[in-house]
Design a protein around this ligand. Structure first.
Ligand SMILES: [Zn+2]
Length: 384
């Protein structure tokens, strides 16, 4: 058998070429069984998209395929994986050896399911304003560049933070420019929803056959085509965090609360759809919840050795806090990306579950003005 010919015919590459016959044989296999499939690959002999739901085996959910035996007289089909017998559905009543549906003839078919189309992707930017004026300016420029690189229907939102969290209004529904929530307070999803009047968590409105965020969240989440001017002017007016920083102290930073609010914005309106929280961080969280270091500069950030020896007093609590955010994002099907731009550490080790568990990107660089950040950020949006 010519395997490359098979790959050419089906667009599939397998890690193993023979399927194990028993559980024992499967456990003896060194390489895990996997298949790589290229969706929308242009295959020579593929039928047009099938615009109906596939037929499943009741027992093991295998889809009806050319290797299933059909019995037109008894109106049943046999599953080759579990040997289960399934009734032929009524819409296939005309089925016969010389009148087979496409999925019984071709070894690879693609379905286009008759379901409502997913809304465009959404990005909520989380911007740290506890950085120097020059750094903030570069970060803002990168954000403006980013929105010019994604399609105009993309939904965007903006959250900035320092000691407190600002949630910026991008829709023209009221005269309020932004909502401010305390950075040192632990809010639940429900608290944030109530305070920002986001509507029912997880609810979706269907407009013209398209699923759109509920009214409450549309103040903060808008398509770029509608809010580009607003987004740009909000960014232009955005200054360094006004909260005074005492000598020999770090700025008060609430990374946890800012991320938590950004996740809540998406939870309330984009549950189950493609959305990312993109955080631009300039330093470590110094406020609870999620604090990784004290305000005093004399108190140095924990090192890897400190964590190993359990000498990092905030480590466990911070990990637990950020893990909660990760769980919420995972449950909503959303991704968190962290771009950390600081000479010192920003506590990525404590925040790692947010990125690891949601399949996001970690990019670390020494400053927003460093080409490493600028180029990575641009590539991130070009490839998205
Ligand atoms: Zn089956």
């Amino acid at each position: 058998m010519n395997f490359s010919e098979l790959e050419e015919r089906d667009g599939l590459r397998w890690s193993a070429l023979i399927w194990p016959w028993s559980r024992l044989e499967a456990t003896r296999s060194v390489i895990p069984f996997a298949a790589m499939y290229t969706p929308l690959k242009n295959l020579q002999n593929m039928p047009p998209l099938l615009r109906y739901e596939p037929v499943n085996c009741k027992t093991c959910t295998t889809l009806l395929n050319p290797y299933c035996r059909i019995d037109p007289n008894q109106k049943i089909w046999m599953c080759p994986f579990c040997s289960g017998r399934n009734p032929i559905p009524p819409q296939y009543s005309e089925i016969a050896q010389n009148n087979l549906p496409a999925e019984q003839i071709f070894t690879t078919v693609e379905y286009m399911l008759p379901r409502p189309m997913a809304p465009p992707p959404a990005f909520v930017f989380v911007l740290d304003t506890c950085v120097s004026d020059a750094e903030l300016r570069v970060a803002k420029e990168s954000l403006m560049k980013a929105i010019s690189l994604v399609p105009p229907e993309t939904i965007v939102g903006l959250v900035s933070f320092g000691k407190n969290v600002n949630i910026h209004v991008l829709g023209f529904t009221d005269s309020v420019k932004s909502y401010v929530l305390r950075g040192d307070k632990e809010y639940t999803s429900q608290n944030i929803k109530d305070l920002l009047n986001l509507g029912i968590i997880g609810s979706q409105a269907i407009l013209g056959g398209q699923s759109v965020p509920v009214q409450g969240a549309t103040r903060f989440l808008q398509p770029i085509s509608e809010c580009e001017f607003m987004f740009t002017s909000v960014l232009e007016d955005l200054d360094k965090d006004p909260w005074p920083v005492k000598q020999n102290q770090r700025p008060k930073r609430c990374n946890y609360t800012a991320l938590s609010i950004a996740v809540a914005l998406l939870e309330s309106s984009y549950q189950g759809y493609g959305a990312r929280v993109v955080a631009l961080l300039g330093g470590p969280p110094t406020q609870d919840p999620g604090k990784v270091v004290k305000l005093e500069l004399g108190d140095t950030l924990r090192s890897h050795a400190d964590i190993e020896r359990d000498y990092a007093p905030f480590y466990r609590k911070a990990v637990k806090a950020f893990d909660k955010i990760a769980t919420r994002a995972v449950n909503a099907g959303h991704t968190i990306d962290i771009f950390s731009c600081s000479l010192d550490q920003v506590g990525l080790y404590e925040m790692r579950s947010c990125v690891d568990r949601t399949g996001g990107y970690f990019v670390t660089s020494e400053a927003f003005s460093h080409p490493m950040f600028k180029k990575s950020f641009e590539m991130f949006f070009k490839s998205n």
